[in-house]
Ligand binder design. Structure first.
Ligand code: FAD
Length: 393
C-alpha cells in the first residue's frame, strides 16, 4: 500500500478535459506563487498524453500531426507540482477512501478527496446477442470481446487502429470501411475517413450506418446541412441498425455488407471500473453527481465529464461540459479542502457546436442559428488550438 504524507491528499483520477484545466490552473498559480492549496496532489492516468477528441477527425483527414492533437500530461503535472502516476484505475472503494489501480503491479492509494475524470467507454451493446439486461457492464464487455469492430474509445488505441486501416488501404484495390453511429462524432469521423481513404484511392468507399435517428439532438436545418455534406462526399448512408460484424461481413437490419473494417462511434457507457465501486451509479454506469459535481453518496468524491451524470438535470456527455463543469469542479475541490462554500455548475442554455466535414469545411450550430463554410472550419481550428496550446502561451 502506498502511504502519502500527513497533509491532505487530493487524488485526481484520469486526465480528461477537466483535469487538464485543473493542472493548468495549478501550474499558473505555482508560477505566480499564489498556490494556496495545502494538499498533496497526485494524478493517476493510463497514458502520459491525452488525445484531444475535437481534433481527432482533423488528424484522420491529414490536417494535423499526432503531436498537434496530444496534450503532454506528465509535463503539465511537473509544472503544477502534481505527482504523476501512470496506472489504470480499476476500483474505487469510497467507504474506505481507497482506489485500486493496475500498471506494472496492482496498487492501493488512499485519499482524503477524490476527483474522477476518466471519461467513458464506447457503448457496444448494439451488437447482436445483446439481451437488454440491466447488467450493462458485463454485456458491454462480452460484446466488445466477441467482435472485430474497432471502438472509437479509448482514443489512444483507436489511433493505432486507424494507422493500420490506412496501411491496409494502401495495398487494397477497393477498401470498404463502415462507421456505425448517428451522433456528431460519427458524422465527423465518416467524412474525415472518406477524405483520407479517397486520397489514397478514388475507389475506396466509406459507409455510414446510422439507424433512423441521425443527429437526433440537433435542429432539422443543421441535419439537412449535414446530409448535403455527406452526399457531397459521396458517402453511402445506410439507415438501418447494425447488429454484428465478423468474417468481413457487417450485418444490418436487412443487409449483409462486405467490409474491410468497421468503426463504432455508438455513444458512451460507464467506464469499466465503475462496475467495481460502492459510489452511487446513475443510468448505464455513470457516477451520480449533484450540481456541485459531487458524488451524491460520498461528499469527498467529485466526478466530472463523461464519467459522471447529473441527477438534478439533463447535461449531455460532451467535452464542452467537461471543460466548463471542470472549472466549477476545480473551485469546489479547493472550497471543499478549505471548508468553504461550493458553487453550482449551471450549463449555458445554448452551446456552440462546430462539426468538421473532412476537407477544411465545417458546419456550426448555436441554438437555432446554423452556419457553414471554410471560415467555420478556421473558427473551429482557432478554438481547438486555443485549448490544445494553452500551455505554450
Ligand atoms: C471524434 C470525436 C469528436 C468529438 N468532438 C467533440 C466536440 O467537438 N465537442 C465536444 O464537446 N465533444 C466532442 N466529443 C465528445 C468528447 O470527446 C467527450 O465528451 C469528452 O472527451 C469527455 O471528456 P472527459 O473529460 O470526460 O474525458 P476524456 O477526454 O475521455 O479523457 C479521459 C482521460 O482519462 C484517462 N482514463 C480513462 N480511463 C482511465 C482509467 N481507468 N484509469 C486512469 N485513467 C483513465 C484517459 O486516458 C483520458 O486521458 C467528441 C468525441 C469524439 C469521439
Amino acid at each position: 500500500m502506498t502511504k502519502f504524507s500527513s497533509k491532505k491528499t487530493l487524488l485526481l483520477a484520469g486526465a480528461g478535459h477537466a483535469h487538464i484545466g485543473m493542472l493548468r490552473r495549478l501550474g499558473t498559480a505555482r508560477l505566480k506563487d499564489t498556490d494556496t492549496i495545502d494538499a498533496d496532489i497526485h494524478l493517476i492516468s493510463e497514458q502520459p498524453q491525452t488525445i484531444y477528441s475535437g481534433m481527432l477527425p482533423g488528424w484522420m483527414a491529414g490536417h494535423y500531426q499526432l503531436h498537434d492533437i496530444s496534450i503532454d500530461i506528465k509535463s503539465l503535472c511537473v509544472r503544477a507540482g502534481v505527482r504523476f502516476i501512470q496506472q489504470s484505475l480499476v476500483k474505487v472503494n469510497a467507504a474506505s477512501n481507497k482506489v485500486v489501480t493496475t500498471g506494472d503491479e496492482q496498487t492501493d492509494f488512499d485519499y482524503d478527496v477524490l476527483s474522477l475524470n476518466t471519461g467513458a467507454d464506447t457503448d457496444m451493446r448494439w451488437l447482436r446477442d445483446h439481451k437488454g439486461q440491466n447488467d450493462y457492464r458485463s454485456d458491454n464487455d462480452d460484446r466488445d470481446a466477441n467482435t472485430d469492430v474497432i471502438a472509437i474509445r479509448p482514443l489512444s488505441t483507436f489511433i493505432t487502429q486507424w494507422q493500420r486501416i490506412l496501411k491496409d488501404a494502401q495495398s487494397s484495390e477497393k477498401y470498404q470501411l463502415a462507421i456505425i453511429g448517428a451522433g456528431a462524432a460519427a458524422i465527423e469521423l465518416v467524412m474525415a475517413a472518406q477524405v483520407a481513404l479517397r486520397n489514397i484511392n478514388r475507389n475506396h468507399q466509406v459507409t455510414l450506418v446510422c439507424g433512423e435517428n441521425l443527429l437526433s439532438g440537433f435542429n432539422s436545418g443543421f441535419r439537412q446541412r449535414v446530409i448535403k455534406q455527406l452526399h457531397r462526399h459521396d458517402i453511402t448512408i445506410v439507415r438501418e441498425r447494425a447488429s454484428d460484424y465478423r468474417d468481413g461481413k457487417l450485418s444490418t437490419t436487412y443487409k449483409s455488407l462486405p467490409m474491410n473494417a468497421v468503426i463504432a462511434a455508438t455513444g458512451v457507457i460507464g467506464s469499466a471500473w465503475t462496475a467495481s465501486t460502492d459510489l452511487e451509479i446513475e443510468g448505464d454506469g455513470f457516477i451520480a453527481v449533484n450540481d456541485k459535481q459531487q458524488s451524491v453518496s460520498y461528499p469527498n468524491v467529485f466526478a466530472v465529464g463523461d464519467v459522471a451524470t447529473r441527477v438534478d438535470k439533463y447535461v449531455a456527455h460532451s467535452g464542452v461540459h467537461s471543460v466548463h463543469g471542470g472549472a466549477v469542479e476545480a473551485d469546489n475541490l479547493l472550497a471543499y479542502l478549505g471548508d468553504n462554500v461550493m458553487k453550482s455548475y449551471q450549463p449555458k442554455s445554448r452551446t456552440l457546436y462546430l462539426l468538421s466535414c473532412g476537407d477544411k469545411y465545417a458546419i456550426g450550430s448555436w441554438g437555432n442559428v446554423n452556419l457553414q463554410g471554410r471560415w467555420v472550419w478556421h473558427l473551429k481550428k482557432y478554438i481547438d488550438k486555443q485549448f490544445i496550446e494553452a500551455d505554450k502561451n
